[in-house]
Every structure is written in structure tokens, then in C-alpha cells.
Design a protein around this ligand. Structure first.
Ligand SMILES: [Zn+2]
Length: 210
């Protein structure tokens, strides 16, 4: 399969058998699962779900390639045809429930803080950001969501081993544990992943049907 880079970089939301979001995976992995018939494509159009096995998704793709191409759609090319990159797939025999805890790691902290230095408020590439203990470890500060933020090198050096109060530096927002994966929240701002909302929004499942 030959792929356009943006198509390859896209992510696919994985649902369990009960249509609950459980993972986010790469496009390549999603196609592997589809090829092995371990998963099916789920689409949502005008409030209606449709599911497709790999063969029928290929057929639908061929039709869509000619008639319904949307700007935000991604495609992969094979020798003979084009297949649309699915945004959501469902593991047909996977029954495990989603995990609700968000991992406390560097990637998620950067994502929670939008790659923004929490002292000066400027955005930086990940390579130019560091993690700062709001209350420094030397003063008993711990490594938790509430005490670790992104900081640029300048602000980090300026603050040194002091608390924000001691350094006369304010935080632009109070650090908290995110309710949903920050990586996921970032993706949701993208038009490409609009269909994910339905599967992540609890209200969808509890709303009374008329
Ligand atoms: Zn800064």
C-alpha cells in the first residue's frame, strides 16, 4: 500500500463490541485489523450508524472516491484502487471495557497544557519545553497532575528552585488532572475526527430516544 503522508499520520478510534471507545491506533494497524476481519468500519451519517466489513468498505470507498469526496477525508492507494481511511472501527469480538484513567506522562502533560509555557503563556515546540514542578521537589513538591506543568527554558531557569509565589511568577491556569486523554481532546478539535465525538460523548448513550 502506498500512502499519502497525512493519511498515514491519521488516527483511528477503536470501539469495543459494545460500541464504546477503547483505543486510538494508527491507520496501518486499523487496516491490518480490517484485513483479518477482526474489525469493521463504523460510519455515522445523518445520525445513522453503518458498519462495513473490509470488502464492503472497499466497494463503498470506490463509490465515494467518485461521488462523495470530502476535503478532510484521507485515502490510501493500492495497486488497483483507492480506499478511504476509516475514522472509527469496531472490534467485533472485543468485550473489554474502556480504561478511564489518563496516564501521567510527559506527552499527556504537554498535550494538557497545549505546548504552552504555563508561566509566560507562549507556545513552543515540544523540544523547547521542559516540565516544571510548581512546588519544587526540594520543597516537598510531588510529581502529580496538580504540581507539574510545561515551562519554557527561560521561565524554568528564572523560577529556579522556588515556588511561583517566591519567584513572583503566576501560572496562567491551575493545573488539574484531565478528565479525558489530552491527546484525544487535541484530536477532537480537528474536523477530521468529528465523528469521534459521538462515541466519546456519554450524553449520546443516556439521552432519551423519542
Ligand atoms: Zn515561559
Amino acid at each position: 500500500m502506498q500512502q499519502v503522508s497525512s493519511a498515514l499520520d491519521a488516527s483511528v478510534l477503536v470501539l469495543n463490541k459494545l460500541f464504546m471507545a477503547v483505543h486510538i491506533i494508527s491507520v496501518r494497524r486499523a487496516f491490518c485489523l480490517l484485513c483479518k476481519d477482526l474489525a469493521e468500519v463504523v460510519t455515522l451519517e445523518d445520525g445513522q450508524f453503518s458498519t462495513y466489513d473490509f470488502t464492503s468498505w472497499r466497494e463503498v470507498s470506490e463509490f465515494r472516491a467518485l461521488h462523495y469526496r470530502e476535503e478532510e477525508d484521507d485515502w490510501v492507494r493500492t495497486a488497483s484502487t483507492q480506499i478511504q481511511v476509516p475514522r472509527v472501527i469496531r472490534l467485533v469480538s472485543y468485550e473489554k471495557m474502556p480504561k478511564h484513567t489518563v496516564k501521567f506522562n510527559r506527552r499527556n502533560i504537554f498535550a494538557r497544557d497545549n505546548n504552552q509555557c504555563q508561566y509566560c503563556g507562549r507556545k513552543f515546540p515540544t523540544t523547547e519545553l521542559s516540565l516544571d514542578h510548581v512546588t519544587p521537589r526540594s520543597q516537598g513538591g510531588v510529581s502529580t497532575w496538580e504540581n507539574v506543568v510545561c515551562a519554557c527554558v527561560n521561565c524554568n531557569v528564572k523560577k529556579g528552585g522556588r515556588t511561583p509565589k517566591q519567584a513572583h511568577m503566576g501560572l496562567i491556569r491551575k493545573p488539574e488532572k484531565p478528565k479525558r486523554s489530552p491527546i484525544l481532546s487535541m484530536k477532537l478539535t480537528h474536523k477530521k475526527y468529528q465523528s469521534w465525538r459521538t462515541f466519546l460523548d456519554n450524553a449520546y448513550w443516556t439521552v432519551e430516544l423519542k
